[in-house]
Design a protein around this ligand. Structure first.
Ligand SMILES: Cc1cc2nc3c(=O)[nH]c(=O)nc-3n(C[C@H](O)[C@H](O)[C@H](O)COP(=O)(O)OP(=O)(O)OC[C@H]3O[C@@H](n4cnc5c(N)ncnc54)[C@H](O)[C@@H]3O)c2cc1C
Length: 485
């Protein structure tokens, strides 16, 4: 770490593109796009101040990564294997993002039934997690996953700190000069040759001025979910009945609605995933209309999410065999957010390309998870339509996958900025597939290696030799069946 602190110089924090400033201007954009305010009851007449502060440049590195979710960790790991110096800033207290702090209880498909699609970093995670985990079952042992990510970044000596929130960025003419982070020891700046946005929400790219889209054509985003941990479950008893999660009748939801168990009649029950002998990872309930880029909206959604778990506890105990003694043990310390911004890159991965199982010259990986869009509203019709439209229509057969081009990681107009993970450049429907964790490993490792190629050759991220990127990715272990080099 000290070697990376090549010099201790100073930067003045004033007039930068910050979260707070950017959020205000975006809010009015969204009003125009969506036609209505997502922040009712909030005064828009906020005073403005000019805030100045002299900051030290604490890190001078080849690659800076904002966010340590599955994409950020993959990016940092991959960049370090190419000999680059990195600094990763994670705002929360662990690596893994939604998959750890958000308590998302399982990995979605890692393969197409034949090939390990998230090979490379994903293989390392799965192998180490297998050794680390104490709890059997399809649900993720989240403590083991936290240790897995810690070990992998320690193995490659990647520099990262928790409690470190990216808060601002200085950009001149499409070049990111430095970023500012807030931490318990005070604010500091980081200079890098290349910056990777792995915040999930695309904060760094948005604050830099990148174009983005949010939600469907009306600007509506998928609901969030406050994921949870449960104990006291008799899985053997449950297995004897094993109701079909997609049949509200089997899950006796209508009876529970009629009995007034729930405040919201939400037919989309995503489910409880077995963990150990008597535990479960819960992905149940939805927080509708939440905007994951607005802390006021997130706060309201968290309050509701926690309250709604009491209703689910009653429902499971009274209506589902095996859950009579179920106890809620914990909820995520981050609200589960499925969808916010998609940063517009040189290419926007489209649903037509998904349908065609597209192959791209600049492919950095392939993936196959279905288009998983959760209903945006409640109601039986919505859920039935959702099942017909999304769960069945776009499904792939064994061995099928779609390509992810490098150009989805390169935001338009910036020479030293890449995105990885949930916020890459795709349309709303493909986002429903590419947002899940194994795909984030794929885009994260590619962003990490691409960043090093750009940093070491002093080229723009748009001009790196894609052949070389693919060759390095293949060597790293990535699944690239169409790369013939
Ligand atoms: C309820 C729910 C259920 C899901 N179910 C599944 C599933 O079953 N299987 C699956 O594979 N996927 C699932 N997903 C999707 C998946 O978990 C996420 O899409 C994925 O984790 C996104 O990875 P990411 O690295 O892009 O972002 P995230 O996982 O969101 O990680 C971003 C990280 O960046 C940090 N960060 C954000 N902003 C800043 C900042 N300004 N400064 C510093 N740090 C910052 C955050 O603290 C976080 O650690 C689910 C998601 C949700 C919400």
């Amino acid at each position: 770490m000290n070697a990376e602190m090549r010099r201790r110089d100073w930067i003045k924090l004033s007039g930068l593109a910050t979260g707070a400033l950017a959020t205000n201007s975006l809010f009015s954009d969204e009003n125009r796009k969506g036609g209505k305010s997502p922040r009712q009851g909030v005064s828009h007449q906020e005073d403005e101040i000019l805030f100045e502060q002299k900051l030290s440049v604490r890190y001078n590195v080849d690659v800076f990564i904002a966010g340590g979710g599955p994409a950020g960790v993959a990016a940092a790991f991959a960049a370090r294997t190419q000999g680059a110096s990195v600094f990763l800033a994670e705002g929360h207290t662990c690596l893994g993002g939604m998959g750890t702090a958000g308590r998302v209880p399982v990995f979605m498909q890692v393969s197409d039934g034949v090939h390990l699609l998230c090979d490379g970093f994903g293989r390392r995670v799965l192998e180490l997690l297998q050794k680390e985990k104490n709890m059997k079952g399809p649900g993720t042992d989240i403590e083991a996953l936290k240790r897995t990510y810690d070990s992998l970044l320690s193995e490659v000596d990647a520099n990262f700190t928790f409690y470190t929130q990216l808060i601002a960025v200085q950009v001149s003419k499409g070049h990111l000069d430095y970023v500012v982070c807030a931490s318990p020891s005070g604010n500091f700046a980081v200079r890098a040759n290349v910056y990777i946005d792995a915040t999930g929400n695309g904060d760094l790219a948005t604050w830099s001025g990148a174009e983005y889209q949010k939600g469907d054509s009306a600007g509506i985003m998928m609901p969030g979910t406050l994921c949870s941990l449960w104990g006291g479950i008799d899985w053997d008893k449950w297995r004897k009945v094993r109701p079909d999660i997609h049949q509200p009748e089997g899950y006796r939801l209508k009876e529970a609605f009629a009995a007034g168990v729930f405040t919201i009649q939400d037919e989309h029950l995503t489910g409880m995933h077995p963990l150990g002998d008597s535990f479960a990872g819960g992905n149940i309930g939805h927080t509708f209309s939440v905007d994951g880029t607005d802390e006021r909206s997130l706060t309201k959604a968290l309050l509701w999410g926690r309250k709604s778990m009491k209703e689910y506890a009653r429902y499971y105990r009274e209506y589902i065999d095996g859950f009579q003694n179920a106890q809620l043990l914990d909820t995520g310390s981050l609200l589960g957010i499925r969808e916010t911004r998609r940063i517009i890159g040189d290419h926007v991965l489209s649903i037509d390309e998904y349908k065609k199982r597209a192959i791209f010259d600049d492919e950095i990986g392939r993936y196959s998870y279905p288009i998983d869009i959760h209903p945006m509203r409640t109601g039986a019709d919505t859920y039935k339509q959702h099942r017909k439209e999304f769960d069945q229509k776009y499904k792939y057969n064994k061995g099928e996958s779609y390509g992810i081009p490098y150009r989805t990681l390169t935001p338009k107009g910036f020479e030293n900025l890449l995105v990885a993970g949930r916020c890459i450049s795709s349309d709303h429907l493909v986002h429903g597939s590419v947002r899940v964790m194994p795909a984030c490993f794929i885009t994260g490792q590619a962003a990490g290696i691409a960043a090093v190629l750009a940093a070491k050759s002093d080229r723009s991220v748009h001009d790196i030799p894609v052949d070389e990127l693919q060759m390095k990715l293949k060597k790293f272990g990535a699944f690239l069946p169409n790369y013939k080099g």
